[in-house]
Structure formats: C-alpha cells, structure tokens
Design a protein around this ligand. Structure first.
Ligand SMILES: *Cc1c(COP(=O)(O)O)cnc(C)c1O
Length: 497
C-alpha cells in the first residue's frame, strides 16, 4: 500500500517513508492510495486473536513494507506495558451502552495505543530508508499526546523528542507528568498561548526549509508524532475493530448488527480512525462526534461549514480545546472524491479566512456518516455524577462529554443501536474536575488530588500517578509563541548521547 498527499502534489511513497516524514512535502497529510475493503466476515476472524495479534494483522494491511513478523514483534512489545491483558477492554455500562477503555497504557490516556508502537514503526522506517540522520520528534500537545510521546520515545536510540504544551491549557497532572519526564533525549517547554498557537508554531517549524537545512547540517531531521503522522492514525483503527470483536465474543451483537461509536473529539484523529474502520467494512451505523464548548466540529457536521472564527474556551475537557482539527483534512479529501486540488483550496481558505464551506453533496455525505453534539462544562460535571450514581462508572471529563452527547443524540433521534463510547483518559488525570462533580467542592489543582479522588470514588490510584509530587521537575521554562524555533534548538542542544 502506497501513500499520497491529501493536497495531491506529491508522488506516492511507501508506508515507511510516510511515517518517517510525517507530513507530505506539499503541506498535505499522507493517506493510503485507497482504503482497503476487508468485509465483516474476514474482520470477524480476528475475534479469535489477542489484541497484539489483531493489531499486527490490521497494521500489515496498511504497512506493506514492514514484514508481518516485524509488526507482530512491535505490537507485542508495545502492548506489554498495558495494565490489563485485554489492552483495550470493553465495559458494559447498561444494556445498550458500552465503554471502550483506552486508558490502560503507561500514561493513562488513549494516545498510548498509538505512541507505544510508533517508535518501533519509526525506527523501522529509518532502517528501511537508510536514514542516517538522527530523528527529532516535534510535538504540540493538548496534554496527553506530549506525555505519551515522551514515554514512547525516551532513550530510543537515534531519536530525540521535543514537546510544546499550552502554558495554561493542560491539567495539573498532565503538566506534572511532562515536566518530570525522565530520559536523555527529551525536552519539554510551555508555550504562552493556547493549543492552536502551539500547533500552528510546530507546523511553521516543519514548513521552514532554512531551519530544516540548518538542522540537517547537524545530522538532525524533524518528524512528527502528532496525529498528522499516518503512523499515529493506523494503530487507532485497530481498537475499533477490536471492540466490535469483543462484542461478538460476548454475544452482545451478531454479525448482522450495526453499532455506533461515540468519540470525544479534538484534533479529529480518533474518530477519523473509526471512519477508516467503517470503510474497511466494519458494520458501523453512526459515528457520533462529541465536542465541548469549542464546538466547531458540531457545526461543521451539521452545516458543512468549517468556521474557526469564534471564541476559544478553556474547558474542563482541555484535550478537546481545539478550533483547527488537523485530521479533518483527510476526511475532506475523501468527501471531495479524493481531489487534492480541491482539498488544498479548502485548506488555503481555512488559513487565510479561517473558514471554508463544503459543496452540498459533500455536506450531505458528511451528515449521513456522522452525527454531532456538544455540551458545556456544567453538563460535563452533571454527566460524571450521573454515570457514577446510576451505574457506578466514573468517567473522566472527556468521556463524560461523549456520554452526554450520546444521551442527547438518542433523545433527539430515537436511534436505539448499541453504542460504544470511547473513553480516552483515566478520571485521575482530571482529578479537580472529577472531584468537583462528585462532591460539589472546589479543589485547588494538585498532584495530591489523586488520593482524594481515590477515597471519594473507592478506586485505586493508578500506580504511576501516585508519586508525581515527589519527582523533581526538570522542565520549567516557557516561551512566547514567536520563540519556538529557538526553544527547539536549545532543547536539542540539551540532549545527551
Ligand atoms: C487527545 C484527546 C482527545 C481528542 O482526540 P483527537 O484524536 O485529537 O480527536 C480526547 N480526549 C482525550 C483525553 C485526549 O487526550
């Protein structure tokens, strides 16, 4: 399977080359030359396998220049670090609502599902392409990607990693997790701005040819671990197929049943992976896109107009505080009949006017595939309380947004299909908000809140969050968004061989 750019201006490249470079030279995103249709009968045969084997099989459909053996080895190593053998367990909340728990990796957020395997895919790609330069991974994070990427790449030979996060845009636990990161090839820096500022800054660095040459002279090449990188997206397809297999195994559904997925969405990577699974033949009814007050995607799906010209809100689900969702570009490419010129034009409009409008035909297809909804902070807290009281299930703030949006969707449409809600993080990562929901009291953000939450909810503290306050911070600096180039150089200089 080869990869082309969503902006249509580059020759097809191998999977490993697409993963190695992250973003296409014309500024577009790499996407497979065609989306492989597998069919539900063949997908159902995966139900006999464990998670790592399911992953190896699905990855080998997309990543043709890696051997099945390599992929099996990578998957087995990557998913060994998870705290449950199921890796991505499906928990029943009630008769028609299931929760796909994606927070059992080392950083307790769904980003681990991709970022534990990406370093293997990337170092494999370096070997396959004879890449002699050192790869420096550059990340803009809304909180969880940064930590998951740091854990994935720390001390991986031939690589380094630099992470930018919005100074006041991540939770206290997320910040602590990042600034205490161990490893000789890591750097973390706050940006004085929001996530969109950090992401725009990182995209600017990738597009800066002079800077690339300057780093090249030092034997360093930049690459991306954000979900613009195909290597981030493809491992995410696996858990949608795996969740469906789990429901088949438990007898909750039969081969003829369709299910919905409801996904708390920010950069649109997670839900886009579900769209790919659907195109592969997974029997999905609706893809329900859940947003917080930054509801640009809710409007896009219901009207076909993408308009980022609106107020930005810092919410209690900070990993979804995004107005420019990068991966929408891959969907728009599909909706427009894979016309790179057209996609490039939409993206130019987005960059210059902050807005573009799909054709009627594209908008219609979009609204047939997806449903959308949003809720505000107080509804999010009410949903946490409701889920805990009614079902004894404690969701994090992002998952609660999805649960609320699903409830509204059902009330609005009467759609009774069984639905899997994707749970993207452990409630312990957002302790102040979750405690506020449970107790009605305002807590000052602190790493100690994990113990309070443990008492209040009767759940054990995730082991790697228990000791955060005792680890001395290593990375306490911040920079204005104009100074991100300099910060990259400084952090690279700080790497030890
Ligand atoms: C990253 C993240 C999201 C958003 O996922 P996208 O792939 O960016 O849409 C939602 N919830 C949590 C907890 C996250 O870390």
């Amino acid at each position: 399977m080869e990869y082309i750019s969503t902006r249509g201006k580059t020759c097809p490249v191998t999977a490993s080359k697409a993963i190695l470079t992250g973003i296409a030279p014309d500024g577009g995103l790499y996407t497979p030359v065609e989306i492989p249709f597998i069919g539900k009968e063949r997908l159902a045969s995966l139900k006999e396998l464990d998670y790592a084997e399911r992953a190896a099989k699905i990855l080998s459909i997309y990543l043709g220049d890696y051997t099945p053996d390599e992929l099996r080895r990578y998957a087995q190593t990557a998913y060994k670090s998870f705290d449950t053998p199921a890796v991505a367990p499906v928990v029943k909340q009630n008769d028609d609502t299931f929760i796909l728990e994606l927070f059992h990796g080392p950083t307790y957020a769904f980003k681990d599902l991709a970022l534990q395997i990406l370093p293997h895919l990337l170092t494999g790609a370096m070997r396959k392409n004879g890449e002699k330069n050192k790869i420096c991974i550059l990340v803009a994070t809304s909180g969880d990607t940064g930590k998951a990427a740091l854990e994935g790449f720390k001390d991986v030979p031939g690589t380094g990693i630099v992470v930018f996060y919005p100074k006041d845009g991540v939770s206290e636990i997320q910040r602590r997790q990042m600034i205490t990161q161990a490893g000789n090839n890591v750097g973390v820096c706050a940006v004085e701005g929001n996530f969109d500022d950090a992401q725009t800054g990182v995209k600017g660095i990738f597009a800066d040819k002079a800077f690339a040459e300057q780093l090249g002279a030092r034997g360093i090449m930049l690459s991306s671990a954000n979900s613009i990188n195909w290597g981030r997206l493809v491992p995410q397809i696996v858990y949608y197929i795996s969740a469906w297999c789990e429901l088949l195994v438990s007898g909750e559904i039969g081969l003829e049943d369709e299910i919905n997925f409801c996904v708390p969405t920010g950069n649109f990577g997670n839900i886009l992976a579900a769209y790919f699974a659907k195109r592969m033949g997974l029997p999905i009814g609706k893809l329900i896109c859940a947003s917080n007050a930054n509801n640009v995607l809710t409007d896009f799906i219901s009207t076909g107009v993408y308009d980022r010209n609106r107020r930005f809100y810092a919410t209690n689900s900070p990993s979804m505080d995004i107005l420019v969702s990068s991966n929408v570009e891959r969907l728009v490419f599909e909706l427009g009949g894979r016309d790179g010129e057209r996609t490039a034009e939409y993206m130019r409009e987005l960059a210059s006017k902050g807005r573009y409008e799909l054709s009627d035909e594209e908008a219609k297809e979009l609204s047939e595939l997806f449903a959308s909804g949003w809720c505000d902070d107080s509804e999010t807290l009410a949903e946490i309380r409701n889920s805990y009281k009614k079902y004894g299930y404690l969701p994090d703030t992002h998952t609660a947004v999805a649960l609320k949006v699903l409830a509204d969707y059902r009330a609005r449409t009467g759609d009774g299909k069984k639905t899997v809600v994707v749970s993207t993080a452990s409630p312990f990562k957002f302790g102040d908000s979750v405690l506020l929901a449970l107790t009605g009291k305002v807590y000052q953000a602190s790493p100690r809140l994990v113990f309070r939450l443990s008492e209040a909810a009767g759940l054990p503290v995730p082991p790697l969050l228990a000791d955060l306050e005792n680890i001395p911070p290593r990375f306490t600096g911040s920079v204005p968004k104009e100074d991100m180039h300099k910060a990259v150089e400084r952090m690279i200089d700080g790497f030890k061989e």
